[in-house]
Design a protein around this ligand. Structure first.
Ligand code: 6GU
Length: 327
């Protein structure tokens, strides 16, 4: 392993008996205690591989040790041709700042091993589409993600050609793409089954990103006079479920009203929404989104057998025999 090709995945935890096997469709898989898991490869082209030290901690560290993800850091300065290993240069036409040169990044990409399955090349840039949960889920389907981390004042336009997509993590400017790449890597890796542990489903919470999480409490039930809501101590699962749904709705209305339009309300939400409306009058503007769920009084339907349009419950199941009629 060269100094500039740090491969953190080399250290395996011996608790997991790991074998990499190539299946017929060339997908890289890892076998952990007899169970086949998909292995995702993440390659990062960066001038600052040391910045990726946080990926060697906690859950991402465990994911690598378990063979669920391999993170490969490539210092593209290694591919600079000049004696001084220059990777940047002044812009044609003048102007302040230096730009990343195309040659080292092109050479680094061309030197990557053949992709093992589906590969997506991502250029980090504040000009890209803004990253979101749906994008993390889309990338999770890939076998390899390659991040090109932009740095300095910008990069030569021709570098864009190497990327399948250009992605930003939000509307602010960072000094480089490294922190952004780490954010995106974390969001994708946690979706891999096994990364968060057996009983936690990342898929479950990612789908409900349109609604914010309800408040959570742990012991003690009374912390310096601050009480845990009574309902959570009740053991009444249906009531707890309702309370959580209501609090999720409340949080979303009050903190992220921009997410509300994407929420699908069910009939069970109607009473909760009407309660919330009484508690927060600012919610009224969204009422159009749930009014249609209002339970209607049963309409009287007229039919041949029921010419008066009596309510259906009142209709006899069969015609009564004369003898049964109490005169
Ligand atoms: Cl991906 N790169 C840089 N340099 N700045 C950013 C960004 C990326 N996303 C938000 N700001």
């Amino acid at each position: 392993m060269s100094r500039f090709h740090q491969d953190f995945s080399a250290i395996f935890d011996i608790r997991y008996l790991i074998f990499d096997v190539r299946t017929t469709n060339h997908e890289l898989r890892t076998t952990i205690l007899g169970v086949k898991h998909r292995m995702m490869k993440v390659t990062v082209l960066t001038l600052f591989p040391e910045m990726f030290a946080p990926l060697q901690e906690s859950i991402l560290k465990r994911a690598q040790e378990a063979g669920l993800v391999k993170i490969h850091l490539v210092d593209f300065r290694d591919y600079a041709a000049s004696k001084h290993k220059n990777v940047d240069d002044v812009p044609y036409g003048g102007g302040a700042g230096m730009l990343l040169k195309p040659e080292p990044i092109f050479a680094a990409i061309r030197d990557l091993p053949q992709p093992e399955g589906k590969r997506r090349v991502i250029l980090t840039s504040p000009q890209g589409n803004v990253f979101h949960q749906a994008k993390a889920e889309e990338w999770f389907e890939q076998d390899e993600l390659v991040f090109i981390c932009g740095h300095y004042e910008g990069f030569d336009e021709r570098i864009r050609e190497l990327a399948d997509e250009e992605v930003s993590i939000g509307d602010y400017v960072l000094t480089g793409g490294e922190l952004a790449a780490m954010v995106m890597i974390d969001a994708v890796v946690r979706l891999i089954p096994g990364v968060l542990g057996e009983d936690t489903s990342a898929q479950e919470d990612s789908h409900s990103i349109s609604l914010l999480e309800y408040p959570q409490y742990t012991r003690p039930a009374d912390f310096e006079g601050r009480q845990v809501p009574e309902v959570l101590l009740s053991g009444h699962h249906a009531r707890i479920k309702q309370w959580r749904r209501k609090e999720s709705l409340r949080r979303t209305f009050l903190r992220r009203p921009d997410l509300i339009k994407a929420v699908t309300f069910g009939v069970d939400d109607y009473p909760l929404l009407e309660e919330l409306l009484l508690e927060h009058e600012e919610i009224a503007e969204w009422q159009v989104l749930w009014k249609h769920l209002c339970p209607r009084p049963k309409r009287r339907r007229k039919s041949l057998k029921n010419p008066e349009g009596k309510q259906s419950q009142e209709l006899p199941l069969r015609e009564l025999e004369v003898s049964e009629i109490d005169i």
